[in-house]
Design a protein around this ligand. Structure first.
Ligand SMILES: [Zn+2]
Length: 199
């Protein structure tokens, strides 16, 4: 027996989410049908708005409603340091720590030959352009994750940036190998930034 089309479509939509198989998708679809109509409308609006109203900051590559983003517009932040992360979630983790007051650059991933991801697929040229045009930047902290791809990306960036006379540092290995910044607790993250070493 087939489900009526509206619920079959909803199940198909939930199955597009990561880690959601047919069983979970079916459970979520039936849960949605039982929700209050207002809550379902809010949920649908939030989905559409997240996609429609968020953009990438033209300066740092972070997600933002306004371009440039809040952090890039904030002149009270330390303009001499740029912390390079893999994705917007890492910016959130760093900001939650409340100990870093410089700027960011979001790569939108890491170099990964396995996945066919090269330098041109990441926000690297915009970083180099930023460093060339903004003389105030004195240090780039590479905070890619402690994975083989993260390390390779850090090395690649270091080789590109150091010849310009800009200091390049890497987070201390308080973060265990293979660990994600996203999941590090705030103290670990603080120690990793504090103990950063020059590349
Ligand atoms: Zn920005």
């Amino acid at each position: 027996m087939q489900y009526p089309e509206p619920i079959a479509k909803l199940i198909d939509s939930y199955m597009k989410l990561p880690g959601i198989g047919e069983k979970s998708a079916t459970r979520l679809a039936f849960f949605t049908i039982d929700m209050q109509a207002d809550d379902v409308t809010e949920f649908a609006k939030a989905l559409v708005s997240a996609k429609r109203d968020l953009h990438f900051c033209s300066v740092c590559g972070n997600i933002t409603e306004e371009d440039p983003c809040e952090i890039c517009r904030d002149k009270s932040r330390d303009q001499s340091t740029v912390l390079v992360v893999e994705d917007p979630k890492d910016v959130m983790s760093m900001e939650d720590m409340k100990e870093y007051h410089g700027l960011y650059h979001v790569l939108q991933g890491v170099l990964s030959p396995m996945e066919g991801k090269g330098p041109e697929d990441l926000n690297i040229s915009s970083l180099l352009k930023r460093l060339q045009t903004n003389q105030a930047i004195k240090e780039v902290i590479v905070a890619t994750n402690a994975t083989p791809e993260g390390e390779a990306t850090a090395m690649y960036l270091s080789r590109l940036i150091k010849p310009a006379g800009i200091k390049v540092t890497r987070l201390a290995h308080g973060l265990s190998v293979g660990s994600d910044i996203e999941y590090a607790d705030q103290m670990t993250l603080f120690k990793a930034v504090e103990g950063r070493t020059e590349m």
